[in-house]
Design a binder for this molecule. Structure first.
Ligand code: AMP
Ligand code: MG
Length: 369
């Protein structure tokens, strides 16, 4: 059993009227400052907001069982309120209280991948407020592996609702610098825990139907999930921007991860891509428009752009995942106006990379072959 909670921090009441004073603290995963964790947990228990590090990206946390806290998360992010939040737990014994039932597949997946970058969707228990689930009867749950995150979740009472700690529509933050940029003055505390290990948001799998369905690809791939539970489908609407059908994960319909510059993906052989991009880049140069390219180590010296950023070696997908959001943010810092990106293989972790890139580009792709 769990119960809805209530409460406001004094600062929280003032939100909306005044800017909140944001305290920024550093906590190292390998040497946790428990006094800080206690302080951060108390803020969340009182209805306030704390941004914190996880192994995927930074999260913007509030008490998941407090409707008012969830409301404040939407407000702080400028997020549409029908885009549900993920509830973060730190131990398996906390799961049963917030869901109607735990299917067998969930136990198998939890045993293999929790704590870790996997979010599972269940039918929700009554104590989970509609504000947390964007009005849905289902709830998304994840158990992060980052030690600062799990310490905070426990100190906060066991349930933290947290979307990524960026302003709605912007790339998810993989370092505290970008959390501060987006959320300073909007949350009570930001915990700086260094750079995120994975750099992409969790894989989301819906376990409420007959067949488990991947709603968002991530570091834990379809192949890995199939190995553990057998049949798994993927909601194709999340990968195909032109799909007529609305995607099942509500947040997926919104523009996401967008840099300020116009981003276009280019698909083709290496030679085709380099020559096409350089042709375009030359033109922009004449027009004095600042350009950027998302390249790989193999091609980075071949482009004519003002700013060329390599995501790493083409075959090192983990490194590409870690770099992607940071690079999108760096182009913003440099005020790049037009960005071209190379495309990547659409399987394994590459599927998640392409999913985020396509969304960041608003599905603008140039196909050269
Ligand atoms: P974020 O933490 O910013 O990556 O956002 C969480 C995402 O999880 C949302 O955008 C939704 O796509 C997804 N999500 C959360 N809860 C549910 C749910 N109950 N059903 C389907 N998708 C969900
Ligand atoms: Mg997000």
């Amino acid at each position: 059993m769990c119960e809805k909670t209530e409460g406001f921090s004094a600062k929280a009441i003032l939100r909306g009227l005044h800017k909140v004073e944001t305290k920024v603290i550093k906590i190292k995963e390998e040497n946790i400052n428990w006094q800080y964790i206690e302080e951060a947990g108390a803020i969340i228990r009182a209805g306030g907001l704390v941004a914190f590090p996880t192994e995927t990206v930074y999260g913007l946390g509030g008490d998941a069982l407090n409707a008012a806290s969830s409301g404040k998360i939407y407000e702080a992010k400028g997020r549409p309120s029908d885009n549900p939040l993920i509830v973060h737990i730190a131990s398996m014994d906390k799961l049963a209280a917030i869901v109607r039932e735990v299917p067998e597949a969930a136990y198998k997946l939890a045993k293999r991948y929790w704590p870790g970058p996997l979010t599972m969707i269940f039918n929700k228990a009554a104590c989970v407020p509609a504000q947390t689930t964007g009005g849905l009867e289902t709830v998304a749950v994840r158990m992060p592996s980052h030690k600062v995150a799990s310490a905070l979740i426990e100190a906060a009472g066991g349930y933290i609702a947290a979307p990524s700690a960026n302003l709605s529509g912007r790339p998810s933050p993989t370092t505290a610098k970008y959390v501060i940029e987006d959320l300073d003055g909007r949350v009570d505390m930001i915990i700086d825990g260094g750079e995120a290990d994975i750099g992409l948001e969790s894989t989301i799998i819906d376990l409420t139907g007959d067949v488990p369905v991947i709603l968002r690809p991530g570091y834990i791939t379809e192949e890995m999930l199939k190995e553990t539970i057998g049949r798994v489908d993927t909601d194709r609407t999340i990968l195909d921007g032109n799909a007529k059908q609305a995607p099942k994960a509500p947040g997926m319909k919104y523009r996401h991860y967008a840099p300020k510059g116009n981003l276009v993906l280019v698909e083709g052989t290496q030679a085709q891509v380099v020559s096409y991009m350089n042709e375009q880049l030359r033109q922009y140069k004449l027009e004095r428009i600042k350009t950027g390219v998302i390249a790989t180590d193999e091609t980075k010296d071949r482009y004519l752009a003002d700013s060329i950023k390599s995501v790493g070696k083409r075959e090192d997908e983990e490194q590409i995942a870690r770099q992607l959001f940071k690079i999108l943010r760096e182009f913003d810092d440099e005020e790049v106006q037009v960005i071209y990106a190379e495309s990547f293989e659409s399987h394994g972790v590459g599927e998640a990379i392409m999913n985020r890139l396509l969304k960041a580009a608003g599905h603008q792709v140039v196909y050269l072959q």
